[in-house]
Design a protein around this ligand. Sequence first.
Ligand SMILES: [Zn+2]
Length: 215
Amino acid sequence: MFIGHFAVGFAAKRFAPHSSEAVLLAAPLLADVLWPVLLLLGWEQVRIDPGNTRFTPLDFVSYPWSHSLMMLCVWATAFGVIYYAITRYWLGAVAIWIGVVSHWVLDWVTHRPDMPLYPDGARYGLGLWNSIAGTMVVEIAMLALGVWMYVRATRAKDRIGRWAFIAYVVLLLVIYVADRFSAPPDNVGEIAWGGVAAAVILIPWAWWFDRHRSA
Ligand SMILES: [Zn+2]
């Protein structure tokens, strides 16, 4: 899943209006932020295998640290505790915890059975990715709902608050559709560096437009 994770981050604003949207997005995206780094370190493995599911050419060979349910509970707790220690905002800490763990649940719906319960443990997945239309309908509907909740929970203070936010949502949709209909990546390095670049751009960008919107 891709934009479905952003949907969770946007929806979270309603429950934790005083947390920065950058943090609320970083939580559900955390697994996919760690993953490219761990690929580059060689701790996790992916294989390019066109047709693995209809939606993605990737075969997720091993990702125990970024994508097992157990490790996501550990990351969620660490992220939530650090956030609470800094901000004393418990609603934000709860939103972070749920956000980080939600990644597993959403990936479990879309992936074929490759989502581990714990490192090297049993792997599960419902395989929504076997249907391109089904995947897109579910994810775009989720993003629409999440964005709607964010729009209801915040108001633009100026033009940056409006247009930098709208551009962000449009870009997510463009990346989502373009990624599906472009050729498979040439190598794992391309996937990993693409993931790092996406995180470095998309999380600070959310911080930027969110600062220009009031809760
Ligand atoms: Zn993921």
